[in-house]
Design a protein around this ligand. Structure first.
Ligand SMILES: *Cc1c(COP(=O)(O)O)cnc(C)c1O
Length: 386
């Protein structure tokens, strides 16, 4: 049966994988090898050296390509390695327009590493199409988006940006880590690249660091594949195995993340001590209508502000019992964090405030536990922080 005739959940379990020809093992083996025996020089089974091509990695690359509805997948040692490899397709002098509400590490690698190597970046409110348009110069080669954004959960209209970019011959990359291909498929909306930190929802169990890039553009894929091999930021076989195991349950986990997040967001929105809730599933959210058209559901991430100062926020996030205070997101367990001092600490305060990231903002990665326990935990922590 052709892969594209199968539904998402079926592809999540099977795409890129088949029983091991040597043993019939149903799980893709963790091939701990870095070279492969050749019959005569250059005559082999498609594998020559593990940085270049690796069977466990290949299964994951095919699986992720299928889930994103793309032709080609490439895996990397981390989300940052995936992002960096995309930027390495550019040359000194090229210009990138990027959303300003992005993962802190992405902002850091753009401004601290690639800017030094001669690329230029302009950061704009990416939900504002006019701002994107105004930032484009004759040197612009790439538009970098994240949606929903981190940590403000703003929604960028991927199709509108892709339309605007295509007319000018500019590529569009979407960091799809927050939504996952279960909820949103950027390539189907006209983007050229879907980028992932597989560390988060795709792995899903907080036990692996990895990244991926999916595209349907053969030339772009070729360029990325050369870079994957030349630069060498590849994941190990065990890491690929863990992400492959994660994607098998992606649809189930995402469904539960979404149901729980909606309950938590609805509850917080009614809470007397909460000033603001950012969740694209709420009818009052600025991006709600666009989110409804480009996402299957609204995801597991929420951020909110308490009606009080920063001290109270700090106290609150340190007193939850079910939510763990930790960096990161996307695992089965619920996490709570303070973006200004944790994930987004590398962005200057001035830039943070300009992007709307308040000092007291609290971010939740809502896990797959019982929603009632999560809500009770937040209520208790809000009460004790008074
Ligand atoms: C975590 C994250 C990254 C970076 O991924 P690593 O695997 O930690 O390198 C990039 N983008 C987003 C949206 C993330 O959440």
């Amino acid at each position: 049966m052709k892969d594209e005739q199968l539904g998402f959940a079926t592809r999540a379990v099977h795409a890129g994988q088949s029983a091991d020809p040597a043993t019939g093992a149903i799980m893709t083996p963790v091939y701990l090898t870095y070279t492969y025996v050749q019959e005569t020089p250059g005559k082999h089974k498609g594998f020559d050296y593990a940085r270049t091509v690796h069977p466990t990695r290949l299964a994951l690359e095919r699986n992720l390509a299928s889930l994103e509805g793309g032709k080609f997948g490439l895996c990397f040692a981390s989300g940052m390695a995936a992002t960096s490899t995309v930027i390495e397709t550019l040359s000194a002098g090229d210009h990138v327009v990027s959303g300003n509400d992005i993962y802190g590490g992405t902002y850091r690698v753009f401004t601290k590493v690639f800017q030094r190597l001669g690329l230029t970046f302009t950061f704009v409110n990416a939900y504002d199409l006019k701002a994107i348009e105004a930032a484009i110069t004759p040197k612009t080669k790439l538009i970098w988006l994240e949606t929903p954004t981190n940590p403000l959960l703003q929604i960028v209209d991927i199709k509108a940006v892709a339309d605007l970019a295509k007319k000018r011959g500019i590529k569009v990359a979407v960091d799809n880590t927050f939504a996952t291909p279960y909820l949103q498929r950027p390539l189907e909306l006209g983007a050229d690249l879907a980028v992932h930190s597989t560390t988060k929802y795709l792995g899903g169990h907080s036990d692996v660091v990895g990244g991926a890039v999916v595209t349907s553009d053969p030339a772009l894929h070729e360029q990325l594949k050369v870079l994957q091999n030349a630069v060498g930021a590849v994941p190990g076989p065990m890491d690929c195995f863990l992400v492959l195991r994660g994607t098998k349950t992606l649809s189930l986990r995402m469904e539960r993340h979404c149901v729980n997040a909606r309950k938590v967001a609805d509850h917080l929105a009614k809470h007397a001590d909460v000033a603001k809730v950012h969740y694209p599933g709420l009818a009052g959210h600025r991006g709600h209508e666009v989110a409804k058209t480009q996402m299957r559901d609204f995801g597991g991430m929420i951020s909110f502000e308490l009606k009080a100062d920063m001290d109270r926020a700090m106290k609150m996030i340190s007193s939850t019992k079910v939510f763990s205070l930790a960096e990161s997101l996307g695992g089965v367990e619920s996490l709570i964090g303070h973006p200004a001092s944790m994930t987004h600490g590398s962005i200057p305060r001035e830039e943070r405030l300009k992007a709307g990231l308040a000092d007291g903002l609290i971010r939740l990665s809502v896990g797959i536990e019982d929603a009632d326990d999560l809500i009770a935990d937040l209520d208790r922590a809000i009460a004790t922080s008074k």
